[in-house]
Structures are given as C-alpha cells and as structure tokens.
Ligand binder design. Sequence first.
Ligand SMILES: Cc1cc2nc3c(=O)[nH]c(=O)nc-3n(C[C@H](O)[C@H](O)[C@H](O)COP(=O)(O)OP(=O)(O)OC[C@H]3O[C@@H](n4cnc5c(N)ncnc54)[C@H](O)[C@@H]3O)c2cc1C
Ligand SMILES: Cc1cc2nc3c(=O)[nH]c(=O)nc-3n(C[C@H](O)[C@H](O)[C@H](O)COP(=O)(O)O)c2cc1C
Ligand code: SF4
Length: 649
Amino acid sequence: METRYPNLFSPFRLGGVELRNRVVMLPHVTMYAGEDRRPSARQRHYYLERARGGVGLIVTESQYVHPSGGAATTVDASSREGMLAWRETVAGVHEQGAKIFAQLTHHGGQTFSHATGLPLWGPSPVADPAIGEIPHAVDHDEIRAVVAAFTAAAANARAAGFDGVELKIGHDGILRAFLSPYWNRRDDEYGGSVEGRARLALEAIAAVRAAVGPDMALGARLCLDEGIPGGYGLEDALGFARIFAAAGQLDYLSADMGVWMRVDLQIPPMTWPEGYALDAAVALRAASGLPVIAYGRIKRPAQAEEALARGAADLIGMTRQLIADPAWAAKAATGREAEIRPCVACNQLCVGSIARNLPIGCVHNPAAGREERLGALALRPAATARRVLVVGGGPAGLKAAETAARRGHRVTLLERGPALGGQVRLAATAPGHAEWGEIATHLAAEVARLGVEVILSAEATPEAILAAAPEAVVIAAGSAPAPPPFPAAPGTAVLSDLDVLRGEGPRGAEVLLLDLGVRFQGAALVETLAERGNRVHWVTPAPFVGAEIDPSTLSDLRRRLARLGVVCTPEHTVVGAEPGSAALLNVMTGEVAPVRAEAIVVAGNRRAADGLAAALKGRVAELHVVGDSVAPRTVSMAIYEGELAGRAV
Ligand SMILES: Cc1cc2nc3c(=O)[nH]c(=O)nc-3n(C[C@H](O)[C@H](O)[C@H](O)COP(=O)(O)OP(=O)(O)OC[C@H]3O[C@@H](n4cnc5c(N)ncnc54)[C@H](O)[C@@H]3O)c2cc1C
Ligand SMILES: Cc1cc2nc3c(=O)[nH]c(=O)nc-3n(C[C@H](O)[C@H](O)[C@H](O)COP(=O)(O)O)c2cc1C
Ligand code: SF4
C-alpha cells in the first residue's frame, strides 16, 4: 500500500528478528500485574490492543529479575511459571504480526524495602535522593547473584516465547547505578574508572547473550544523561555505549535519559519540546554504530518519518502516544493521521498514577487499561439508530456525542458558548498549557467527522429539550465557579479562576491565589497571574502547592515559579477579606493573621451545573448525566463518563 511515511513503514531487522515497521512501543510499567507478581489478563488485553494497532515491536514494562530488586505490581521474571503466563500474550502479539521483547531489570536502590521485604541493593550505600532509602552495598557474591538472576530471567523469557530481551541500564535500576559516579563509590574492580563502572552491565550482557543464544534479539535501554550534579552526562554515556557495542553482543540500544530526581528528563511535561531527545539518539547511533531506538515526545507520524529520513535513529519509540492511541501506527499507515488521539503530555493518568501507586490510564483514552470493556473490539453498533441530544460541548459532552455517533446514533450537540471545549479550551490559554487544548481540538474534529450536528451559541432549556422530544438526553453541562468560601467586605476584589482566564483581574498588583483544588487549577492560574506582572502569593490548605500534580510537571513548574518570584504558603486558607488584605488561617495551628492582598483569586472552588438534569429527571425517555455536571472533577472522569453514556444510549 502507498504510504506517506515510507521510512516509518519499512521493515527492519534487529539481530535475528524481523520487524514489520519502525514503530516501537517503549517499555512502561502499567501496574496491572497481579498480587502474585504475574502477568494479568488486564495486561494481555492492554498489549494486544497495541499489537492490533499496528506497532512493529512491543517492549514490555520492566520486569524484575531478583527479589531484592522487585517492585509493587510488576512482574517477577525470576519465576519460570510466572513468566510462562506471558505465553498467551506473546502468541496474541505474534498473531497480529508484531514482535515482543521482555525488558528486564533489577530496581536496585529505586524501589522500597517495604515492597520487596528485603534491603535494597546498590553499588554503594548511597540513597536515591528521590527515595531516601540507603541500599546495602553488594559484595562479590551478590554481584554474581545479580548476573545469574538476569541470566535466569532471560532464559524464562525465552521459554515464554519472547522474541528478544532488553536489559534496563536506564533511568532506574542497579545496572545504571553501577555506571554512575553519583551512586557508585566503590574502590574495587566494579567502580572507579569508566571500564570499572561498566563491568557489571558488561557481565550481565555477556551472560544473557549466552543464555538466550544468537537468535533472540538482545538490546539495552541506556540512560544517556542522568541530569544531576555528580551524575554522568551524555559524553560519558557515549563512552559506555562504545564499550557495550565493542563487546559485540548487543543488537540495539534504546535511548533514555534522567533518573528519578530528573523525571522531567525521562517523561517530560507538555512544556518541553516535541522530539527533545532526538539529538541524544543521533549521538548514540554515531558513537555505538548499533541500531538505535529514539524516544521522547514523539507523537506525529510526520515527525517520526522526518527523524528516520535524516538518520536520527533506526526505530521510533513511543510510550505515552501509544497509551493515548493504541492504533497510532494503523491510522498513520492508512492515511487517517487526522484521527490520531494525541498524547498531550499532561502526565496526569499515566506517570501521575504510578506516582500514586495506581494502575495507569490516560485522561482522554478511557479504554487505556480497560481494553476488554472499552477497547476497539468492544464497541457494539446500536441495534437501532436513535435521536440523541447532548447538552454541553466540554469534554464530557463531546465524548458522549462521539461515542454515540460511532455506534450509529443520530446525535445533536448543543453548546451555549461560541466554541467547543468547555473548561479545557479555557485552561489551554494559561501559560504552559497550550497542548491541553489538543484534547478539545481532537474531540471537535471527531464529532465533525462522525456527522454529529453541533449547534453553537445555543442555550439548552428544559422546555426546548422537552419540545424536541429526543429519544435519549445526555446532560454534560459542566460546572461553574462557586461563591467565595469566605466573607468579603464590600469593595474587595475577589475573582474566580474563570474570570482570570477570561482576561479579567489585576495587572502589576499584589495577588493572593487561594488554591482549593490542590491539583491543576492553581497551577494554570499562578503563571497567568505572574505573567501579568502581579506579585503572586500562592496559598493552599494542602501540605504543599501542587500536591496532586505529577512529579515531572511539578518539577518543571517549580523551576519556572522560582524565576517568577512566586511565594508559596501551604497549610493556610483565607477566612475573610477586605479591600487590600486577607485574613489567613493556619489550618494546623488555628492562628489567623492578616496579609496584604490587592486582589484574591479563588481556584478550584466549583459547583456542579446540575439544574438542567434535575429539571428533566423523570420527564424524558432516557437521561444520562456526566462529567462536572454530576460533581466538579477532572477531564478524565468527564471523558470516561461521556464514553459510558455514549455506549449506554
Ligand atoms: C483553570 C482550569 C484548569 C483545569 N485543569 C485541569 C487539568 O489539568 N486536569 C483535569 O483533569 N481537569 C482540569 N480542569 C477541570 C476540567 O477542565 C473539568 O473537570 C472538565 O472540563 C469537565 O468537563 P465537562 O465536559 O463535564 O464540563 P465543562 O468543561 O464545564 O463543559 C460544559 C459545557 O457545557 C456548556 N453548557 C452548560 N450549560 C449549558 C446549556 N444549558 N446549554 C448549552 N450548553 C451548556 C458550557 O458552556 C460548557 O462548554 C481544569 C479546570 C480549570 C477551570
Ligand atoms: C507510565 C510510564 C511507565 C514507564 N515505565 C518504564 C519502564 O518500565 N521501563 C522503561 O525503560 N521506561 C519506562 N518509562 C519511560 C518510557 O519508556 C519513555 O521513555 C518516556 O515515557 C518518554 O517517552 P514518551 O514521550 O514517548 O512517553 C515509563 C513511562 C511512563 C509514562
Ligand atoms: S494521561 Fe496525558 S500524558 Fe499520559 S498518555 Fe494520556 S494524554 Fe499522554
């Protein structure tokens, strides 16, 4: 078939393994493994959906090779029986024409002894600053046990039918820790020089190659820049790559960067440029002479094709884009790239969930992790096409309309505003939030493509809805700012988040931002206010500002806030206000003190727009209420509930 992306959809050979195209699903922990640390049915459905979606290669999430290097809800690759439970997944992936490698790791000092029940292992007793637990410095017997564990796990992967094995010398794990001058302070043959620090990884590579034989592919994911003072940078990493390549046992290298302290380098937020790590892949390819998998904010087929065409890499690796849209490759290959659901690098339900020890999902792909129930194969056409009326063009209404139309219903969507997108469209106008708007743009394009009748600047009233007599109604009317939760004397400037995003409010003033949402509204507002020349005082009753924001987005935000001179006061709230000042309550001690505030902006203080639903209850044939209209929450819940309503009508 003709394709616009001849490089992307050309085959490639990794060692003895032929890939149908250059699209690689990079390893990512899903947290779907069972309590028994074995692959689960949920994992199988997740991987098969991505194989059906057309990727050439899947590299599984990190699986641990030794009990001392385990982690919660990940797979124990040291168990032969457990690894054999991958067989069905492996066979299913093959049936779809894709290949699958197992990523193997020993988490070293980047896990928790309460997860393993054992002391952590590391090259030296140096804690990971993001974790704070001091590991036991392994002796020579334990080093031999680590190598033997990688070997045994690789043999298990072979028995399970995997096409290849990838050793993680990436952003976490003991193999990288040995490379690092920050973590490795040893004075024996496994420390000191570059060669000494590379010794353990080299021994593991050699032993695993001997275990898997020449036919299975063997690669390594290599952290190319730890990004911390005292850690190693790109030049040192290229030295390691040369050493590994010279040993002649690897079929490829997969690029990676960062450590847990620099999760922004690993899994960057939307403020980072797309393709930010491609230059590192170029350098890796040149230094090692091995096939290289590129990574990092690659989401557009044209971008991937361009990277391959200029020789930046041999294969294109993606994680989040394939969480957001498992069918990325199939859509790109068949000229349907406009239908790709873009990852917006919000990090909220993928790495944000991992940070909370929850299974991963995606804010605007409700099927991620729910493939069996909501995946591509689970969408049933409607038995009869019905007239469905959706009220509200925010994410909940758009998703409900899209799903209902996909099933064959005749859908009309009423939106009172002049444009679609609801709060998301507004939030996207905040500094550093632009990509967020792609959620709304994508859904708007999909409803248009599917023939939904969209009527803008149309206020839905109970009377008008009853007169139209639709066969099913979905109310997705969202939420609106609630009145301030404190008394304010006349003349006090108190604004809502929406007021500020609509352009109202002070310039060059002393502004108190009261963040009751704890998650993201405050983050959207703080920079908006600071960039208008205000001196911003960010106050929240939570233990720290941005408490629920994922670590990657938060670290980037904090760096910008320091430059903008924002002052943060956690564990406080406003209990009263008058022109020029606010009364601040310390929620821990109960003390109240006045602070200067020429204006107060209240974020995350919302009330569900539930009046329409209440007025229609029992008066229409079928009624569904979704998203913030039920209770003000998140985009992911709005979209999930929209999807369910679209499937239910
Ligand atoms: C500043 C800010 C930042 C945010 N950041 C995040 C974030 O980072 N992550 C996250 O998950 N969530 C975030 N949120 C919250 C998120 O945007 C909402 O939870 C989500 O938009 C709710 O979607 P919804 O479709 O239910 O409602 P809305 O987005 O509120 O959409 C409802 C739509 O219905 C229309 N409507 C209402 N009544 C009628 C009527 N009678 N007739 C016709 N049309 C009507 C409205 O005009 C609106 O367009 C943020 C919110 C704000 C304000
Ligand atoms: C939820 C999640 C889990 C991850 N787990 C792993 C992992 O198990 N092994 C690994 O090498 N990288 C892991 N990563 C890093 C990704 O493979 C990838 O390098 C990163 O997400 C940046 O690529 P992207 O912009 O395409 O998402 C993970 C990333 C995410 C978002
Ligand atoms: S949750 Fe956000 S960052 Fe994660 S895959 Fe979905 S869109 Fe991308």
